[in-house]
Each structure stands twice: as C-alpha cells, then as structure tokens.
Design a binder for this molecule. Structure first.
Ligand code: FES
Length: 91
C-alpha cells in the first residue's frame, strides 16, 4: 500500500492541501476565509504564489472563476532602507 503524500499549498506556513480542503468544507468561500482558518497566505510570499492555488481550489467548490478580482499586489518590493530614504526625502 502506498502512503499518501503531503502536499503543501502554503509552504512558508506549512499549510497542506488537506487543511485547505477542510477549511473549504468548514465553510470558507473566499481566500480570506481560508486564511482565517489556516494561516495560508500569511507567510513570506503573502499569497503571491499560494493564492492562485487556493482560488482554484475554491472555484472547484463554488463554481466561481474569479473570486476576488480587486486584489492588488505591490508594483515592486522595497527594502527597509529604500522605504526610510523615501520617507526622509533623501536620495
Ligand atoms: S506560500 Fe505561504 S504565504 Fe504563500
């Protein structure tokens, strides 16, 4: 008998596919609902890689293709030094 492999959807928070499916079975119908139940999307990537997978899993249950078209990711990431220099007006 083969052992079932653990599939991590959110690798940084170690949230598995089974945990996401359980959250959806428990009533989560949005990525935020899954996030509140599992902490998925709260890690380093902030949902940039895992969010699409969760949206796909949700759409399989809800039948809704695009669950939250209003999400906006930062244009680019900043390091703290750039942010501080920008706040102080330094170049
Ligand atoms: S993989 Fe963990 S927040 Fe996206």
């Amino acid at each position: 008998m083969t052992e079932k492999k653990t599939v991590y959807i959110c690798r940084c928070e170690e949230v598995t596919e089974d945990e996401i499916r359980k959250a959806i079975a428990d009533g989560a119908r949005t990525v935020k609902g899954v996030k509140n139940r599992t902490d998925a999307t709260m890690g380093l990537c902030q949902g940039r890689t895992c969010r699409r997978i969760i949206e796909k899993m949700l759409s399989e249950v809800t039948g809704i293709e695009k669950l939250n078209p209003g999400i906006r990711h930062p244009v680019r990431t900043l390091n703290i030094g750039e942010l501080v220099r920008g706040c102080n007006g330094d170049e």
